[in-house]
Design a protein around this ligand. Structure first.
Ligand SMILES: [Zn+2]
Length: 258
């Protein structure tokens, strides 16, 4: 059973000491493909280097939290990082109206700039949206966005249907394993066509709440992806093996990797 973790923040400081062990546990757990998330220009460079050195893949983009730090050098820098063969998508980019670390006007401006960059380069998009529906969908619709994944989907049915209508892939994390805030996803994941579903850990964040024992310092890592797979398979009434095969096939087709 081979799985693809389409979103892992392996540049995070919490992985600095033991990345070898983390990657070896991922391999043993059957996670054969990992896409390292880039969240700023600096971080995307780091993600691309990590991908090259470790046989992984990476994205290049600026998270909405960091939109306020963007300037005229941002897009040229991302364009250059994205030319690296291991960089398979633009992002993570999008809107975050939950934390609001950057003003909405900055978030929108640099979200649109990255959508345009992805179109120019013909790369898929790794999108972040938190409490930003329906504005997020409206921007995507206006710009006729191409291949894109709504990573870490945690929204409600109306939002999910809007994304599916836009042709988006949907990334599901361990949020679904949280019986308090993720319960609605157990129902909603049934509505995602099998060929649009992707799995991710969002490591080191979003450790599945029902994982026993809970990992040290509650750090999430790609080796926990099979746990998420089983939760999604249970919710959809599918065999984990079949869902593993389908989501891995989707991930490879989406990112254009072998
Ligand atoms: Zn995100």
């Amino acid at each position: 059973m081979l799985l693809a973790d389409i979103g892992a923040n392996l540049t995070h400081a919490s992985f600095r000491e033991d990345l070898d062990d983390v990657l070896s546990r991922a391999r043993h757990a059957g996670v054969g493909t990992i896409v390292v998330t880039g969240t700023s220009v600096e971080d995307s460079r780091h993600a691309a280097d990590l991908a090259a050195a470790r046989g992984l893949y990476a994205t290049a983009g600026v998270h909405p939290h960091h939109a306020r730090d963007c300037d005229q050098r941002t897009v040229p820098a991302l364009r250059e990082i994205a030319s690296h063969p291991k960089v398979v998508a633009i992002g993570e980019c999008g809107l975050d109206y939950n934390r609001n670390y950057s003003p909405h006007s900055d978030q929108e401006k640099w979200f649109v700039a990255q959508l345009e960059l992805a179109a120019e380069l013909g790369k898929p998009l790794f999108l972040h949206s938190r409490d930003a529906h329906p504005r997020f969908a409206e921007i995507l619709r206006n710009l006729r966005v191409g291949k894109a994944v709504a990573h870490c989907f945690t929204g409600e049915g109306e939002e999910l249907r809007a994304y599916l209508d836009l042709g988006l892939y949907i990334g599901i994390t361990g949020w679904i394993c949280d019986e308090r805030r993720g319960a609605h996803l157990m129902q909603l994941v049934r509505e995602i066509p099998q060929d649009r579903l992707l799995l991710e850990t969002d490591s080191p964040y979003l450790t599945p709440r029902d994982l026993r024992p809970q990992p040290k310092a509650r750090r999430n890592e790609p080796a926990h992806l099979p746990h998420i797979l089983r939760a999604v398979a249970r919710a959809r009434g599918e065999a984990p093996e079949a869902l593993a095969e389908a989501t891995t096939r989707n991930a490879k087709a989406f990112f254009g990797i072998a």
